[in-house]
Design a protein around this ligand. Structure first.
Ligand code: AMP
Ligand code: ZN
Length: 320
């Protein structure tokens, strides 16, 4: 097997691209692909301050390295979720990565906010990943504001996007389909644009990049995600990809190019109606209701925890 670009022996085969690459050419191909997504979708340019949300996994670390190497101004942000050893390792990998490259990183720990994902899971019936998503979105938005960033970049890859798209289509979640884009424009001046520069880059490609570049990342999935429907969608898509390479990329790329606009809310439905957005009474961030979704989740958790500790302290008294 020879490299498609230079004819040297190839190290990696990419069936979806009908190509094979040696190490140097793969790294070139990977970086160029990310750069093209950024330029083509007008995500940001070198004058932007980009908040890179880094989990310690391969995707966000690979993204951060590519952006920093390409001369973009990056500010790393890691949210320590308090999910036991998994979160400790994630934070340690992220900090080591930033320190080795002299990159600016800010870490926020949920523990310092008297909040933890296990508490949230115990106190609400919402699926863990949904609650976690609400919390992450809140802290990413707040971090962008705090650190003066114009844009938030996440490491969502092609496999993530294809699985999410499949789920949204299977359940005809039209409001979610309207928001599934590689670039989401802000609907309020306190919010910034959100972008996914790896939306056409597969998980296999980011893993290969991280391996070739010697990036030390957290390999395990979040323990709460085990059995999540998203993983079933991913394995179904893997089977389709296996039979017909390029399926995932076509599915996501063509949705964005040809179908996503059909789901955009009409102006009459209050699309992007900034005037309708007020201020959250809890955190001061923009919100449609009196409390934003993060603060209502937090209030729900606090109520349940308070009730539980009341019952616990009342219990011995009644027994005595
Ligand atoms: P996930 O939802 O875990 O698949 O992560 C999707 C993207 O969200 C990652 O590629 C990161 O950019 C970002 N992300 C997830 N978890 C964290 C975290 N704890 N701190 C910072 N960014 C995160
Ligand atoms: Zn709030």
């Amino acid at each position: 097997m020879k490299c498609t670009r230079c004819r040297e022996p190839a190290e990696v085969k990419l069936r979806a691209h009908n190509s094979a690459f040696c190490r140097a050419c793969f790294l070139f191909f990977f970086q160029r692909r990310v750069a093209r997504a950024i330029e083509h979708e007008r995500m940001f340019d070198t004058s932007s301050r980009v908040l890179v949300a880094v989990s310690g996994g391969k995707d966000s670390l690979a993204l951060w390295e590519v952006l920093a190497n390409d001369g973009y101004q990056t500010v790393g942000f890691h949210l320590a979720l308090g999910i036991g050893a998994y979160s400790e390792r994630s934070r340690a990998r992220t900090e080591a990565f930033a320190a080795a490259r002299g990159l600016e990183l800010h870490v926020r720990a949920l523990a310092d906010e008297s909040l933890s994902i296990p508490d949230v899971m115990g106190a609400t019936r919402r699926p863990a990943c949904a609650a976690c998503g609400t919390i992450k979105r809140h802290y990413f938005d707040a971090a962008a504001l705090e650190h003066g960033c114009d844009v938030i970049a996440t490491g969502h890859n092609l496999d993530d996007e294809a699985a999410r798209l499949l789920g949204n289509v299977l359940h005809w979640q039209t409001d979610h389909l309207a928001r599934q884009k590689p670039v989401m424009q802000p609907r309020h001046e306190k919010f910034v644009r959100k972008v996914k520069p790896l939306y056409l880059t597969s998980e296999f490609e980011t893993a290969t990049y991280a391996f070739m570049r010697g990036i030390d990342y957290v390999v395990e999935e979040c323990p709460n995600a085990v059995g999540a429907t998203q993983l079933t969608y991913k394995s179904v898509l893997d089977r389709l990809e296996d039979v017909s390479p390029g399926t995932k990329a076509g599915f996501v790329r063509d949705f964005v190019a040809r179908a996503s606009d059909a789901f955009a809310p009409k102006p009459a439905e209050g699309a992007g109606d900034v005037a309708a957005i007020g201020t959250c009474g809890g955190c001061g961030m923009p919100s449609f209701g009196t409390l934003c979704s993060f603060c209502s989740l937090r209030a729900e958790v606090d109520r349940k925890l308070a009730k539980r500790s009341q019952t616990a302290s009342a219990a011995p008294a009644t027994e005595a």
